[in-house]
Design a protein around this ligand. Sequence first.
Ligand SMILES: C[S@@+](CC[C@H](N)C(=O)[O-])C[C@H]1O[C@@H](n2cnc3c(N)ncnc32)[C@H](O)[C@@H]1O
Length: 278
Amino acid sequence: MKNDCAIFLQWALPQMKMRWAGFRKVHKQVCKRIGRRMKTLNLHNFGEYQSWLTTHPLEWEVLDGMCRITISRFYRDWAVFDFLKDEILPRLAHEATLEKRPLRCWSAGCASGEEPYTLSLIWHFVFKEKFPKLDFQIIATDVDAQLLERAKIGCYTLGSLKGLPKPWLAQAFSVKDNGYCIHSCFGKNIEWMQQDIRTSFPTGMFDLLLCRNLVATYFEPALQVAIYNQMKSVLRPGGVLVLGCHEKLTERLEGFSAKVEKLNMYEMSANPIFFHDP
Ligand SMILES: C[S@@+](CC[C@H](N)C(=O)[O-])C[C@H]1O[C@@H](n2cnc3c(N)ncnc32)[C@H](O)[C@@H]1O
């Protein structure tokens, strides 16, 4: 049965423009969800579910919703956030201050808020005093409405917070019945939006775009290219795109220079050239 699910996913994922390679290590949670769905539909094996999909095309949307990996944590990949804090954000903050405009960050696929809150904590604890007049804005998007609701509540297990510097944990969170809850002031500069990155982007231009452990991991190359091309049109020249530690931009990198290749950060050039279909 376990293997049947892997075989089923290798058939189904490409039809949703997703790639099996991204799901190989983490497909068990997806298989559990599909198993529960099959029980609800009274289907007994993956062959029956495959036939169901053929005769009920709307089921593809349900399946799409089950193919989401939601793992995240605060200060995930500490070297990335250290580099943002020490090198990238000071430059971006300086430029935005000179140009008298807000500094805008987008966390795409923000899960339960771990990543945008990490940016907000860095802002509050490291930069706010140095750039008191700067308007620091974070747009946090995710396709999953439930995750966004959790993000707005902002309560977490200690396990997801252990990457944070200890003094920040003590100052920014209170222990409540439902876990460690972030003080509401750290969410004031975050705008939460339910969006599917395959079809919609937030409006306006961005200085920093975190798109980690989503597009390059789970989507097929042609869809990645389409999304990265669109990202180029919302990043300011000099703006920075950050991918996950195990992710790479597909194919050619024109329009982006690899800022720190090891950390998968790419700086936007002044004259972007767009990718071609692979
Ligand atoms: C593995 S988590 C990564 C969270 C965070 N970026 C990080 O690196 O810790 C992937 C997130 O992307 C979201 N996601 C999946 N498909 C999406 C889509 N089509 N549009 C927007 N978000 C999506 C999932 O709901 C999930 O919260």
